[in-house]
Design a binder for this molecule. Structure first.
Ligand code: HEC
Length: 214
């Protein structure tokens, strides 16, 4: 019998997708409302707000519920995520008051806060993929580890910063190691290095981290 392929952590992937889609839709609605407000098109603003009242409510509930659910799935919540959550939550009453009172400054502020919160998370995620400094020997496992991995795993592989695994107690096999480095973890903070490191480099660093095992 043929089995339907269901990826591991399907729920998390699905919720992430719904979360991102609802955040984007939410932002588009915000952007349109704020632009109309800033341009002084009060009639269109009122019309748009009226038509989109219910969809906007559904989307914001979706965006908050998926966000909260995703949060419960994360083993460790880092500072940046806390900042993101506070900024997003704080922007909501500001936006409500801003739109209600047609206050341009408050409406703009709320939008900037949401964009900044998501932008910040994205930038910091990208930064985690970059090496500390350029490699002198690009296939040296130890050098790859020092420059790409030690900021979370620590120089000795035991630091467990940002909720990372302790390599001295790791028991996963070679295949799982390669997969983890390539694809990252769905909900932990382990980034996917598949586009950053070559297969050869992944093999080398995967081999190197096994030397931390006791
Ligand atoms: C941004 C922080 C961060 C960076 C940078 C990082 N990791 Fe990780 N790593 C994690 C986290 C967090 C986990 C735990 C993930 C989980 O269990 O969901 C992890 C888990 C792992 C695991 C699985 C270990 C086990 O026993 O489960 C391997 C292997 C691994 N990392 C290798 C690497 C390598 C190699 C690099 C560098 C190329 C690297 N990591 C860079 C955060 C990081």
């Amino acid at each position: 019998m043929k089995r339907i392929f269901v990826p591991k952590n399907f729920n998390i992937h699905f919720m992430k997708l719904v979360h991102i889609a609802s955040v984007i839709t939410f932002l588009i609605i915000y952007l349109i409302k704020t632009s109309l407000l800033l341009l002084g098109k009060n009639e269109q603003f009122a019309g748009f707000t009226k038509i989109f009242r219910i969809p906007e409510m559904i989307i914001s509930v979706l965006f908050l519920v998926t966000g909260i659910w995703l949060m419960t799935q994360i083993p460790v919540i880092n500072t940046l995520l806390i900042v993101k959550i506070i900024v997003v939550l704080a922007s909501i009453p500001i936006a409500i008051i801003g739109f209600k009172k047609s206050n341009k400054a408050l409406a703009s502020l709320a939008m900037i806060m949401i964009i900044a919160a998501y932008g910040l998370a994205e930038v910091s995620h990208k930064k985690m993929l970059e090496p500390v400094k350029e490699l002198s020997n690009k296939n040296d496992g130890k050098e790859i580890f020092t420059n790409y991995c030690s900021k979370c795993h620590g120089q000795n592989g035991e630091a467990m910063l940002n909720g990372s695994a302790n390599f001295s107690m790791s028991t996963i096999d070679d295949q799982a190691i390669v997969r983890m480095i390539k694809e990252g973890s769905t909900m932990g903070n382990m980034p996917a290095f598949g586009s950053q490191l070559s297969d050869e480099q992944i093999q080398a660093v995967g081999h190197y981290i096994k030397t931390f095992r006791k």
